[in-house]
Design a protein around this ligand. Structure first.
Ligand code: ADP
Length: 621
């Protein structure tokens, strides 16, 4: 985690290498365009430095008009050509980079979908993911920095090679004899002093800049909460689904007060104070060191030129090249400092990406039975949620077969949803086992086992795609089957009104002509989606909660037809809607305290079901 503050160079290089390989595998072309761009960007200044030097030398020396014209034309043409070339490459690079952010997001989304549900359902995982996001949004820390680092590193290295080539003459060209004290400039000691000054200035300047960057990185950690508030205030607070409550209860003021009291970026914020204080001072000092060094170089070069070692044109060449050299080396050192600062953020990224899949993955195939004779048995199953001391289920033993309609009832918190989650193997039991046709469900291939269930969770989600795509959960689908499922889910009449039939987009996110649907209609579409999957088990969590009484009645009347030969497991708070089920399992404090048909259960006055039934029934009498 980010609290571990010591960062070694070994770790810095290891984590960045790993991050680089992730991007390289995903976006190889980005690195090609970045390399070409870095090459052109790094070499462009040298072409004009070199040609201008030749031109000035000619103007100050030989004054051959033809040569002057050729050199002047070369300066103009090369500058023009390189500018156009660099623009073209920049646009090519943009094009290659366009999908970079999305591709990176894909890495995280795939990880989320791939990890065991138990981890995905864990608040710690979501906190970690939101840290990764915030670090990135804050100022590009984490994985996303890699392409930029790659370009900077390459550009600086090419720039250094170019500069060394053009600077060599500065030290090799000697001052003619008889120039007195000035001849000391050619002494090895003086050359060493200039080189030492250059290295010292670069190290000092880049270490000051890195230190300034480190304050920014540390502030990113302090500012995490405020940053969350900022995103919430800017992007989430005004989402459609919150708009109504916001207006009804006039909650804008709370939002804006929260925002101002957690001011992260504006005047008077911690960030502002840092920039005006330590960060500002360090950055100014860093620029000052570079400027002093440039001054010293000017002095050295001008003195050598004055003493006659080279022409006045070469002064521009050497000053330009040595400035590029120091900025190239400074850039390289700065990059290393940035990488060290970024290492903490990469730790968080990899902590998220390295969450292991601990769930046992079996390999047995689930028998595809044409008679759909499946039997599920809970054998003395107990379960605690990770990190919780309480038993959510305790010693549950229960068997049911395909073709049965099972209703699961009980008070809030009695364990109904947990029972379904264990059945679908979103979690494994803490004790006991669940068997499918006599075999522990952990021994089956996970995906195959999941394929025998269709579930409509209470908080199901439809996507802003076409209606048909939503029902089929895919782009290609059997139109007739989709229509049949929609009709069975009581959506037939509404389907006829859809302007583009199955192609009608739901909601308006991607299409102005998209259709806004009510929550009841959405529930019917979700039911149709579960039917389309045609799995032997269909699990419905309050499937009629959003339906009006008439629509609800219709679903019940057609329920046998809808469910057909599948097993239906059905969670409901409305006991009247459970009457049509063959078996009702009554949950209480994590256990099944009664099971049987409605007629049997309602007779037992001492039972939980009797209490629940009459608590509701009194309002209907
Ligand atoms: P029901 O569906 O009957 O309302 P649940 O199965 O959701 O009940 O919950 C059973 C018990 O497990 C409750 O005490 C609840 O607080 C607890 N519980 C549910 N989900 C979690 C979770 N993700 N982490 C910890 N405890 C949970």
């Amino acid at each position: 985690m980010e609290q571990k503050s010591k960062v070694s160079w070994k770790e810095t290089l290891q984590l960045h290498r790993r991050a680089f390989l992730i991007f390289w595998k995903q976006n190889p072309k980005v690195f090609l365009s970045r390399s070409v761009y870095a090459l052109v960007k790094a070499l462009t200044p040298y072409v004009s430095i070199y040609l201008s030097a030749l031109l000035v030398n000619e103007l100050a020396g030989g004054r051959d008009i033809e040569r002057i014209i050729v050199l002047a034309a070369a300066v103009v043409v090369s500058t023009l050509g390189l500018t156009v070339l660099s623009e073209c490459i920049k646009h090519w690079d943009w094009y290659e980079n366009a999908a970079l952010g999305q591709n990176e997001e894909k890495i995280y989304v795939e990880k989320m979908l791939d990890m065991d549900f138990v981890d995905m359902d864990n608040q710690k995982t979501h906190d970690l993911y939101s840290q990764v996001q915030q670090n990135q949004n804050w100022s590009g820390w984490g994985l996303i920095s890699i392409p930029g680092y790659f370009e900077t590193g390459l550009r600086c290295m090419i720039s250094i090679c170019g500069a060394v080539t053009l600077t060599a003459g500065l030290f090799l060209k000697k001052i003619p004899d008889g120039k007195g004290m000035l001849m000391l400039l050619d002494s090895p000691l003086c050359i060493l002093a200039v080189l030492a000054l250059m290295i010292a200035a670069m190290l000092l300047s880049s270490s000051l800049a890195t230190k300034a960057g480190r304050y920014g990185a540390e502030y990113a950690e302090q500012a995490r909460f405020g940053n969350r508030v900022f995103w919430f205030f800017l992007y989430e607070l005004y989402e459609n689904n919150r708009a109504l409550d916001m207006r009804m209860y006039n909650q804008q003021d709370i939002g804006s007060r929260y925002f101002t009291s957690n001011n992260m970026f504006g005047a008077g914020s911690g960030f502002d104070r840092l920039n005006r204080g330590k960060v500002g001072v360090l950055q100014s000092l860093s620029s000052m060191v570079s400027a002093v060094f440039s001054g010293a170089v000017y002095l050295f070069v001008c003195l050598k030129s004055w003493a006659g070692a080279f022409g006045v044109g070469s002064v521009t060449q050497y000053v330009g090249a040595i400035t590029e050299l120091s900025s190239g080396m400074g850039g390289l050192f700065g990059l290393l400092g940035n990488m060290q600062n970024n290492t903490k953020f990469l730790r968080t990224t990899f902590e998220f990406l390295d969450i292991p899949n601990n769930m046992y993955q079996g390999s047995l195939t689930v028998e595809k039975r044409s008679d759909r004779r499946y039997e599920i048995e809970f054998r003395d199953v107990s379960f605690k949620y990770p990190g919780s001391e309480e038993w959510a289920l305790k010693n549950v033993s229960f068997t049911f077969r395909v073709g049965e309609r099972l209703a699961v009832v009980g008070e809030n918190g009695s364990g109904k949803t947990t029972f379904i989650k264990l059945l679908c193997r979103l979690y494994d039991p803490t004790e006991g086992e669940i068997l499918l046709n006599g075999i522990d469900i952990r021994k089956y291939d996970y995906k195959e086992y999941m394929s025998i269930f269709s579930v409509v969770f209470q908080d199901f989600q439809l996507l802003s795609y076409g209606l048909g795509e939503n029902v089929a959960a895919g782009q290609r689908y059997d139109e007739e089957l989709v229509k049949k499922c929609l009709k069975e889910a009581n959506f037939g009449k509404r389907l006829e009104e859809m302007p583009e039939g199955l192609d009608t987009k739901l909601y308006k996110d991607f299409d102005d002509k998209g259709v806004e649907i009510s929550s009841g209609e959405a529930q019917k579409i979700a039911l149709a989606r579960a039917l389309y999957k045609d799995a032997p088990f269909i699990i419905l969590d309050e499937p009629t909660a959003a339906l009006d009484p008439l629509a609800e009645q219709e679903v019940y009347e057609n329920f046998n037809k809808i469910v057909s030969d599948r097993t239906a497991v059905y969670i409901s708070h409305r006991l009247s809607s459970c009457r049509f089920c063959d078996v009702i399992a009554v949950f209480d404090h994590g256990n099944i305290v009664q099971h049987g048909s409605h007629e049997e259960l309602v007779k037992r006055e001492e039972g939980k079901y009797y209490k629940l039934w009459y608590a509701q029934a009194q309002y209907y009498v």
